[in-house]
Write a protein that binds this ligand. Structure first.
Ligand code: ATP
Ligand code: MG
Length: 583
């Protein structure tokens, strides 16, 4: 894999993997003189935290601009005051920065364009292509009509019905629209609509609403306005105002493109061009702010940054790195049609990244005491452990080794199942970086019969990890010295949903029915080697044999919390092989 040097340029990796239809379209536009420069924008609505689908859009927007020496604006599409909030603006900015993209001073707000948008609306009224309607929003919907299926299952859209107010005079429309702004009419009693074609085969073109009356204070402009522009009107004109050349958006906006172009043409403004690409969908995941908000509000997760959430903040807390996420974006590329990406690929990208950089440590999650009977009382030795086998420069560290060690409960069996190479009476294993020990017996609780301690003897000649000794044993297990162990708390995560497509539910069902009731397992006390004591929040580790873990900000009962980011076993390679062989 190549290096991440381009990350530092703050604009995106020009080679984030994109050689694709969007680049081709942009190159063509530059060649034939449609545009002389390239400017894109990322337009989040501040009504939720960013998720990995947004990271895809961010990656496309910034990378395309960088690829053509252009720039990318960050524009908050904040024209729907009901759900928007400054806290979301802050969260969005923090997450984009963390991903490694830099918009510089190109930070814009659609709410700064309200006056400009109003003037354009007036211009359209004067041209006779916009009118004030008294129909209710519900009536407008009914008049517009819907697609129906004929006897042969062919869908078509019968013409809609003109509003009785459609032919108001320009003067009357100007007067009514000014009075809408002035607050003379109650909420929902009037709208401003574009006058296009109520029989248009594309429902989006049937006199779409441009403004509605809503007395809701806006988080930035307060109560200055009681009319708010609709997305379809606001978006193309905001693009035009910023001189955006290529307005890249997800596929669901494709049917809105004729309207995008209609507004630009009628308003006679800078001709921004909309190009759509496929939305990112990931298996076992929901990527829609509305549903993520529901998970948060109903307490199915601990918050927007719960490590099970596909939000950028959740992934970050889970231990994802910007590099892993950007590597993932490069690998999936840009497509024109929607598809479902296996979550195993995302995990694979994280594993690849952490494998290179994560410090190795030993931690015992489910402790069982191992007693070395022939070890001198109170004697402690320090064995040398490798910090990162992938990075010799990371060096080694001393790890205390003593008479009593914690090992994993499942590294011992009274009676070994077939192919079990770990500890059982009579068998020898290597204690990683330490000695080879042979199991001599075990203690049990007289009441429950549970194993309370395992006994063994060690061979003093086998210290370290020499290859010849290792040939004598088939298993190596990790351990932590009881006298030196640091208690930590561990959270093990599984997928939040049980099925690949959580939104596919039978009629009357809910995506919540697909929630995995066992997506979080808490281990209140695990034992770590002393090295982990100095871990800072967001520091990443490989707990040997257990997976990659990250230090969480939480401390519970005085114990620092570590989240499992991802296990060690990679299921992606297998899936990839299967995909390549086409089976
Ligand atoms: P949601 O459906 O989750 O509410 P949204 O599209 O309404 O998402 P916005 O804040 O409006 O949320 O999105 C900002 C940009 O991110 C838009 O250009 C949108 O197309 C893009 N985007 C959102 N989700 C995805 C996704 N899953 N894949 C790619 N791009 C996405
Ligand atoms: Mg949107």
């Amino acid at each position: 894999m190549d290096s991440y040097t381009d990350l530092e340029d703050g604009k995106g990796r020009p080679n984030e993997g994109y050689s694709d239809f969007i680049s081709e379209a942009i190159a063509e536009d530059l060649k034939n003189g449609r545009y002389t420069y390239v400017r894109t924008r990322f337009p989040p609505e501040p009504n939720g935290w960013l998720h990995i689908g947004h990271a895809k859009a961010i990656s496309v927007d910034f990378s395309m601009a960088a690829k053509f020496g252009g720039e990318c604006n960050l524009r908050f599409d904040d024209t729907n005051p009901e759900k928007e909030d400054m806290s979301y603006v802050e969260a969005i900015k923090r997450d984009i920065k963390w991903l490694g993209y830099d918009w510089g001073d190109r930070e814009y707000y659609a709410s700064d364009y309200y006056e400009y948008l109003y003037e354009i609306a007036v211009k359209l009224i004067k041209k006779g292509v916009a009118y004030v309607d008294d129909l209710s929003e519900e009536e407008i919907r009914v008049y517009r009509g819907t697609a129906v299926e004929d006897k042969n299952n062919i869908t078509y859209t019968p013409p809609g019905k003109d509003s009785p107010y459609r032919n108001r005079s320009v003067e009357e429309n100007l007067d009514l629209f000014a009075r809408m702004r002035a607050g003379e009419f109650p909420d929902g009693s009037k709208t401003l609509r574009a006058k296009i074609d109520m029989a248009h085969p594309n429902l989006v073109m049937r006199d779409p609403v441009m403004y509605r009356i809503r007395r809701i204070p806006h988080y930035r402009v307060g109560t200055q306005w009681c009319i708010y522009p609709m997305y379809d009107f606001q978006h193309p004109l905001s693009d035009a105002k910023e001189g955006i050349t290529h307005s890249l958006c997800s596929l669901e906006y494709e049917i809105h493109r004729p309207l995008y172009e209609w507004f630009i043409q009628q308003a006679e403004v800078f001709p921004s061009r909309q190009i759509e690409f496929a939305r990112l969908n990931i298996s076992k995941t929901v990527l829609s702010k509305r549903y993520l908000l529901q998970l948060v509000k109903e307490g199915h997760v601990s918050g927007w940054d719960d490590p099970r959430m596909p939000t950028i903040a959740g992934l970050r807390r889970r231990g994802y790195t910007p590099e892993a996420i950007r590597d993932f974006m490069g690998r999936i590329g840009i497509a024109k049609t929607d598809s479902l990406v296996d979550i195993a690929l995302l995990e694979h990208c994280l594993r690849e990244d952490l494998n290179k950089r994560a410090q190795r440590v030993m931690v015992v999650l489910r402790p069982l005491k191992l007693i070395i009977d022939n070890w001198p009382e109170n004697h402690v030795e320090y064995v040398e452990a490798i910090n990162n086998p992938e990075d010799p420069a990371a060096g080694t560290r001393p790890v205390p080794f003593g008479k009593e060690l914690w090992i994993e409960q499942d590294d011992f069996q009274k009676v070994p199942p077939p192919k079990y190479y770990r500890l059982y009476p009579g068998n020898a294993v290597r204690l990683r970086y330490g000695y080879i020990v042979t199991c001599t017996g075990y203690d049990t609780d007289p009441v429950t019969g549970e194993v309370t301690a395992v006994h063994c003897t060690y061979d003093p000649a086998t210290r370290g990890g020499n290859a010849e000794d290792n040939r004598k044993v088939k298993g190596t297990i990790h351990w932590v010295s009881v006298a030196h162990a640091k208690p930590i708390s561990v959270r093990l995560y599984d997928y939040l949903f049980l099925v690949d497509r959580p939104m596919d539910v039978p009629p009357g069902g809910s995506f919540l029915d697909n929630l995995n009731p066992k997506s979080l397992e808490v281990i209140p006390t695990a034992y770590a080697e002393p090295f982990l004591e100095n871990a800072q929040v967001e520091d990443k580790f490989q707990f040997e044999r257990l997976g990659y873990f990250v230090r969480d900000p939480d401390v519970v009962d005085g114990k620092p919390v570590f989240n499992r980011s991802v296990g060690l076993k990679d299921s992606w390679s297998k899936i990839e092989k299967k995909l390549q062989s086409g089976s």
